[in-house]
Every structure is written in C-alpha cells, then in structure tokens.
Design a protein around this ligand. Structure first.
Ligand code: FKS
Ligand code: ZN
Length: 694
C-alpha cells in the first residue's frame, strides 16, 4: 500500500451543546468553550484548512458495549428524558461528573469521532489525526461515569481497532494530567494493549486518589507489564521531566512492544497554567511528545482530546500537536535543566517496577546515582493561579477560573524547500526533493572559502561536492531549506567542512551523529559548539570529554535493539539538552546499520534544531537514497515490529555510559540521588512523606 499522507481533524460543533446546569465546584471547569476555543485556534492559525476534515457520527450500541455494560448503557439512554431533578439524582451516584439532556448524544458523537479517526488511519486515507471531542473518556468505566467522562472513547477505539481492523497491538499514551483509571481497568489483563499514563498523584493525595494509580500497578495475569503508571508526586513538572519520562520509560518500552497503532489520550491539562494540573510544561512540549510518537506503528497515530481547562494554554497545545501531526518542524525546546528530584524518584520507581517485564529495563536501577543533586523546584512564580488547596487537593478559595493568557502561538514557519539533495552526476533524483546538482559548477566564493580552509588538495569531484554543500547550509540557516541529503566522495572531509562552516557564526551549535567506524576527522573531537556522538563498534578510549561521546556497541549497529536503546536513552537526551541549531548525521561506508533503524534515527533526530538535518553518506551508497530522503521529507519510518532483547553487554554498557555522563547531561539521569537499591522501590519512609505545600 502506498505511504499514507494527510492529517485528519474530526470535529463537530454539536459536542459543545451541553453544559453544567447546577452549581458544582468540581465540574465547573468543564465548559463548552474548551472545544470551540480549541477549534477556533486551529482555524485562526490556518491549521484546520491544512487538515482533512472528517465528519463525526454517533457510535452504535454495539460499539459502546465494547467497553461498557448493557445496564449502564440503558441507564444513560434515559438521561435525555430526565427532569433537572432526576438528572441531578442520577449524577450523584458517580464521582465528579454531570449529566445534561444532550450529553448522551454528545457522548455518542465523541466515540463516533474517535472511531472515524481510527477508520481513516487504518484504511490509509490519512496518516494520522486528532479528534476534538467532548465529553472526554478516560475516567469512565464498565458501569460508571466518572471525572467528566460518560463513555470511554479511547478504550472503545482500541477495542474497535482490534475487532474491525485486525490490529494486533495498540499503544495508548495518556498524557492528560489525570490518571485514566477507566482505560487501565479496561485493559489490565490484556497484553495486546499497552497503557501508559503519567498523572498528578502526590502520593495518592490528588484525585482520583487511587492506590492503583501508583507505579506498582503493572497489569494483571497475562497483562502484567502492559500497564505503565508514572505518578507525579509534586506539581510544577517541566518540559525536562516530561521528556525524561519519554526517553527513559515510555519510548524504550513502546519500541520494544512494537504497536500497530498508537492512540493518545490527549489531555492538555498537563500544560502550564492549567487550574487542575498545576504543571509547568509549555505548550510546545506537545510538539515534541507528538513527534516522538510519530515513528511508532509506521506513523499511525490517533489523538483524542481529553482534558485541558486553561483555554489559552489548551488552544496553544492543541495547535502544537496538530502542527506536528501535519509534519511541520517542532520548535527548539526551551532551556532544559534536566528532571527534578521528584520526577527522578518516579522514573526510578516505574523502571524498577517494570524491569522484570521489559528487556530494555533489565539493568535499570542497578547503579546508584553518583551525582547527588539537592535541587528543589517551586512552581513557577506568577505563572499559576491559586495554589491554595486542602488535604484532598481541592481548591479552597475562589479564583480557580482565573485565566492565564499566553502570548500568540509560537510561530513555526516551515521552509519552502523541505529536502535538498546533493548527489553525484549519474544519480537519479527522488520525488519531492530539490536537486542541488554536484555537477553544476560550484560557486567560486564557496570554492575560495574551501581553499582558505586548506582543502585545495582534494580532487575536483570532491571539491565540487563540498562547494555545493555550503550554499545549502546557508539556505538552511536562512530557513529556506529545512534539511538535506548529500552523497559525497569522502564523508570525513565533508563533515569537517560542514562543522567549520556552521561554526563560523557565534551562536551555531552542531550535533554530529557519526554512525559506523571512523576515521573521525581529528579537528572534530567536540567542543562546546560541537557535540560529537559516535555510534560504532570499536572500543573507544575514554576521553572523558563532555562533548565527545563514543557509544560502542558489541556487533556495532547490527544489534537493532541495542542501537535503538542508545538512540532513545542516550542520543536523544543528549541532543535535546545540547539543543543544536544543526544536526549533522554522518554515515560512514560499511556502517552496517539496518535501513529501518537508520530511518528511525533520521526521523527522530528531526525533532532537534527545528528539523535542520544534514545527512552525509558516501557517494556509493545510492541504494539508501530513497529510504533516507523519505524520512527527511517527513514520512514516518517503517515500524520495526516488536524488538528482541538487546545484547546484555550493550545494555550494561549503555547504562554505564549514561551514569558517566549524567553529571554533565542531566537528561540522562534515571535515578534520584537519595535512592537506594534495597528498599522496595528504593525509598525511605521520610522521602515518601507528603512534600510541604508550596
Ligand atoms: C476540581 C476537582 C475535579 C475531576 C477532574 C476530572 C478530570 C477530567 C480529565 C478528562 F480528561 F477526563 F477530562 N476533579 N478541583 O481532565 O481527566
Ligand atoms: Zn485530565
């Protein structure tokens, strides 16, 4: 089947036609404007116009019964005919939810929207998409409404995908700030659905206050290991904390699982300014979270709205998600300080709880952290509304609806040319790329600069290839070209030239990812403007440099699972923290990396430097041109399928490397300073106590 393209937007204004009809402080946040404001923002930013508009439909009884009981469905069916008084009484049997005469209709549309999205993605009429729905779904259970949710939209979508599209494995990523206990209950003993959720927990002091939301609820029976809970025990979590969980928990497990479809419980109450979440991650983090999930399942990703109560934060987060689904480059992540102590505790605990189920975590938490940090974080001042809460985490004073207004959406302008190709004479051009012919006489200015850098000795062909790279880099810097694939006679010289050229400006920082064996250009061993990560098999002497990171793997790049672990657990955290303005991906001849893994590498690295990636390959490697160009053009990497176990030596080596480097690169940390190996999950009673209120 041809590569699916396009992003679906499933929305109907009808779902804004119900609201809270009585006074209830627990429910007053869930307003119709959540939906209309999100959609308006997509329209205003020209994003709805770039999406494929897919109509909603009502779910059928049979579809609702995929996750709910007949008794419950029959009870909800009666709500459109109830008096206000009866609705209130009906509502009272459930927690933190309200009914309205029109909510049953909307709830059927919300499921129907999710199912329409699944249909379109599974049949290949679009690549991915977002369903903007109300009511949300992830708290609702077999026979109960809960937490603004009537029917479990995403749980039903997962069952539906399995039943009607033959999907074998579904990954559900719940980035809403609340625990989707309804989804957890639905799939607890089902190994075909991997449920991941992070959530504000505060040692069970935050709603829904469940023991089973903790990291040690890993699933039951055959489903053991397929439920991953990351409890946040403090508020104020930032971009670094979210990314650290993706790099060290979710992504390794998700890649090992190898889903056929990714569903996202896309709640945006985990963003800054939200009156429920009290977190500090910025809306642009959702561009990265989305991007990081887009190369699983061959790109088949369906996001379904859950929570989000600060209307401007919500609208921006929705736009960032859709921009990324559409393939626009993600903005450079803002200042990442590394995860806080409390997040590290959570990461450590969840990795420990899951180490027996996942090869990628087998050696997790074997080592103690060497670099004790005493850092404490307070919720960003002035950015949040009232922090006054009682023991149950309920607000104790008015003002909860204070709106924090954000500046305009971060502009993300995609360059006119997505992918430039610099190829030797005889090589065919790939569709959709702009061709910068190497046979064209090079710009004399560029040639001149090269000879000033002492490159006059090379033969004419290699000089020409080099000279053609320079205008491409300049155009990338000017945002006229996003990325480039160049085949050159000698990758080593070309890489050195590019680094030199890029470093001419004071602000430029280059991440060089060197795949395969040397020779590494000697003038390029890393400095504060050049971070060099070398993925190869040769045992490297420990140079102890912060900016030269040799990752040597036994069997080199042929240990697919090991290489992927290096990519997710080391290279990406380093890259995000280094925050380059250009990524230079170099593949040496005979690097022996499988095409599918190479594509993952190429795709995932585009989350950095606003997607400014320059790939250098040896000119004979023409067979990899189309696979590489496809990734640079924004197509998802093909699914690797479930991964086997990485070679034990490699897992251990990576764990060791991470520990060696984490003093400098805090995003590599996976363990809190205070942790000890002995205790159940490594924590002393005192560190388990509720933190003082902020
Ligand atoms: C008010 C307490 C409110 C209920 C919170 C429900 C959260 C719902 C949600 C969903 F995605 F489902 F909408 N407690 N201080 O955001 O998870
Ligand atoms: Zn929520």
């Amino acid at each position: 089947m041809a590569q699916a393209t396009g992003t679906a937007l499933v929305y109907d204004e009808q779902m804004s036609r119900y609201k809270l009809l009585w006074l209830d402080p627990a429910c007053e946040l869930e307003v119709p404007e959540r939906l209309t404001v999100s959609y308006e923002a997509l329209v205003q930013n020209g994003l709805s116009g770039r999406c494929v508009s897919v109509p909603v439909r009502e779910a059928t009884d049979a579809e609702i019964l995929l996750a709910h009981s007949e008794e419950y469905l029959e009870a909800v069916k009666k709500t459109p005919y109830m008096s206000l008084e009866d609705l209130m009484t009906f509502t009272q049997q459930y927690g933190d939810v309200y009914f309205h005469p029109n909510i049953y209709h909307c709830a059927k549309l919300a499921i129907g929207a999710a199912l329409q999205l699944v249909d379109n993605v599974m049949t290949g009429s679009v690549r991915n998409g977002l369903a903007l729905v109300r009511p949300p779904g992830h708290h609702s259970q077999h026979s109960a409404a809960n937490g603004f949710c009537v029917f479990n939209n995403v749980a039903i979508a997962a069952q539906y995908a399995k039943k009607y599209h033959g999907v074998k494995k579904v990954l559900i990523v719940d980035w809403d700030v609340h625990h989707g206990q309804g989804v957890q209950y639905c799939f607890e003993d089902d190994p075909s659905v991997l449920y991941f959720s992070w959530h504000r927990y505060e040692h069970q002091n935050f709603w829904p206050n469940l023991k089973e939301s903790d990291h040690d609820s890993v699933g039951k029976g055959k489903g053991a290991g397929f439920n991953v809970n990351v409890p946040w025990n403090q508020v104020g979590m930032e971009n670094s904390d979210y990314l650290a969980v993706f790099f060290h928990v979710l992504l390794p497990v998700a890649y090992e699982f190898g889903p056929d479809l990714v569903l996202v419980c896309a709640g945006f109450d985990s963003a800054i300014g939200d009156p429920e979440g009290h977190m500090c991650a910025t809306p642009d983090i959702f561009a990265h979270l989305t991007h990081l999930l887009m190369n699983l399942a061959g790109g088949k990703l369906c996001a379904v709205l859950e929570g989000g109560y600060n209307l401007s934060s919500l609208a921006q987060s929705v736009c960032q998600t859709v921009l990324t689904l559409l393939g626009d480059p993600a903005p450079r992540p803002t200042e990442l300080h590394g995860p806080c102590e409390s997040a590290l505790e959570s990461i450590h605990c969840v990795r420990s709880s899951h180490k027996q189920y996942w090869s990628c975590l087998k050696h997790a938490a074997d080592m103690l952290s060497y670099e004790p940090s005493t850092k404490h974080r307070k919720v960003m001042e002035g950015a949040l509304i009232s922090q006054n809460q009682d023991e149950q985490g309920q607000k104790t004073e008015e003002g909860s609806t204070t709106e924090l207004v954000f500046p305009e959406l971060l502009q993300r302008v995609a360059p006119a040319v997505r992918t430039a190709l610099v190829l030797p004479d005889a090589v065919e051009c790939t569709d959709g790329c702009a061709h910068f012919s190497a046979k064209k006489a090079p710009d004399p200015l560029a040639l001149n600069r090269l000879s000033m850098n002492g490159k006059e000795s090379g033969d004419e062909a290699s000089l020409t290839a080099l000279a053609n790279l320079i205008p491409v880099i300049e155009k990338m810097e000017k945002n006229e070209i996003q990325n480039c694939l160049a085949l050159v006679p000698d990758v080593s010289t070309a890489a050195a030239t590019v680094v030199q050229q890029a470093n001419t400006s004071l602000t430029k920082r280059v991440l060089v990812v060197w795949v395969g064996e040397g020779p590494l250009p000697t003038q390029m061993m890393g400095d504060e403007k050049t971070l060099l990560v070398h993925l190869g098999s040769k045992e490297q002497e420990d140079l102890n440099s912060k900016y030269y990171v040799p990752i040597s793997l036994k069997k080199g790049c042929r240990d697919t699972a090991g290489l992927l672990q290096a990519l997710l657990g080391v290279l990406l955290p380093l890259g995000f923290q280094f925050n380059p303005s250009l990524v230079l991906l170099v593949r040496t001849p005979g690097g022996n990396v499988a095409t599918a893994v190479w594509q993952q590498l190429t795709c995932l690295l585009q989350g950095l430097a606003q997607g400014r990636t320059l790939v250098l390959m040896q000119e004979k490697e023409t067979s990899s041109i189309s696979a590489t160009a496809s990734c640079l053009l924004g197509n998802p990497a093909p699914s690797l399928g479930p991964l086997g176990a990485p070679m034990p030596d490699n897992v251990e080596a990576l764990e060791r490397l991470g520990h060696r480097l984490q003093a400098h690169w805090k995003l590599l940390q996976t363990t809190a300073a205070a942790s000890r190996r002995s205790a159940p999950c490594g924590y002393t009673p005192s560190s388990r106590m509720k933190p003082p209120s902020v």
